[in-house]
Design a protein around this ligand. Structure first.
Ligand code: M6R
Length: 337
């Protein structure tokens, strides 16, 4: 892989559209929305385009501004989610330069109705909780950064970082899976809790949101996610020893800021579980349990840190005896509003 995206990666004629793109509007629901939120950090910092991300059920019912040469991107595991599909259909009347879907089901409505498509090829995802669909969506979104960026001055260091990051990813995900035993051992500490708080900063903020969604979805523990810089603006009031605080802490440029936020939680008697790069130098103590995640490039950290959070939800759900594959009240594919 040399960083040049193959002509047919996003479908026939994709480059004719992608070369014109100056703005990206991402629309999705649930986990797929969180993938879009990560992509906003990537697209704006590397690909030289502005990017908005919106929940489909909001986007479809409001009058939105369409930027010149804008690409409407839907992200969906199933390709059938009613609100996302409606947003795609609506976009055709709104003057977008084109539409792209990032999807896991080749025969789906979204793939058929979009100008362009990227297939995540995660394999059939049966469980209601979206897991491998999410990580493969993120890979597809990095490919989109390469594809748009190659027409908009993506820098050589960024191109190299994406290519190297994608090549390193399988090994890094294997290493993350090795945390399984350690995470299983701490899961009992969550099983009797009713509330939890997930914190992250930058591109890890959506990963905190995704971790919270997974925990609530399969273990039925109330989980909220906040950008750690927001703590002082309200959520600090919730901190006590009965609400575990999960912190996503790769070794990135926001690490020192995040460490200040960790101290804010500690000072209020919070109990923390910190998923941290070992070079970030967090130490376990009475108020903080550190789970060391093997070092990876900042760029792919959102994908790598997703794995331990998924494992945490899984092991907590097993202890609670909930149905991990088919949580109550939920459907795999939300084909009605
Ligand atoms: O098939 P989609 O990706 O469009 O589905 C969107 C959401 O319904 C889905 O991600 C949901 O949030 C998952 N159950 C989360 O695990």
């Amino acid at each position: 892989m040399n960083g040049q995206v193959a002509e047919d990666t996003f479908g026939n004629g994709a480059m004719a559209i992608l070369k014109d793109i100056e703005h990206v509007q991402i629309v999705a629901c649930g986990t797929s929305y969180h993938a879009g939120m990560v992509a906003r950090y990537w697209l704006e910092s590397m690909a030289g385009v502005s990017c908005n991300v919106e929940i489909a059920s909001e986007f479809r019912y409001r009058k939105s501004f369409v930027h010149a040469n804008s690409l409407l991107v839907t992200i969906s595991q199933s390709g059938e989610t009613a609100d996302t599909l409606a947003a795609l259909r609506l976009s055709k009347e709104l003057g977008y330069r084109g539409s792209l879907t990032i999807c896991n089901v080749a025969t789906s409505s979204m793939v058929r109705e979009s100008d362009l498509a990227y297939m995540t090829r995660a394999g059939a995802e049966i469980g209601v909780a979206s897991t491998k669909a999410f990580t493969t969506q993120l890979v597809g979104l990095l490919m989109l950064v390469l594809a748009i960026g190659q027409h908009r001055g993506l820098s050589e260091p960024h191109r190299t970082a994406i290519v190297n990051g994608l090549q390193a990813l399988p090994a890094k995900l294997e290493e993350a899976l090795l945390l399984s035993d350690e995470i299983e051992a701490l899961a009992p500490e969550f099983a009797d809790k009713f509330h939890s708080l997930f914190l992250g900063r930058g591109s890890q903020y959506p990963i905190a949101m995704e971790g919270a969604l997974k925990l609530k979805e399969i273990s039925y523990i109330h989980a909220e996610a906040y950008a750690a810089g927001e703590l002082k603006h309200g959520p600090l009031a919730l901190i006590d020893a009965d609400m575990p605080v999960i912190v996503v802490a790769p070794n990135d440029e926001l690490l020192e800021k995040l460490k200040s936020n960790v101290e804010e939680v500690r000072a209020r008697g919070g109990i923390m579980y910190v998923f941290a790069d070992k070079n970030a130098h967090f130490k376990s103590d009475a108020t903080m349990r550190v789970i060391n995640v093997s070092h990876c490039d900042e760029l792919i950290a959102p994908i790598v840190y997703t794995i331990p959070l998924q494992l945490l939800s899984y092991f907590v759900a097993l202890i609670k005896g909930t149905d991990v594959d088919q949580p109550r009240n939920l459907a795999k594919s939300v084909t009605v509003e």
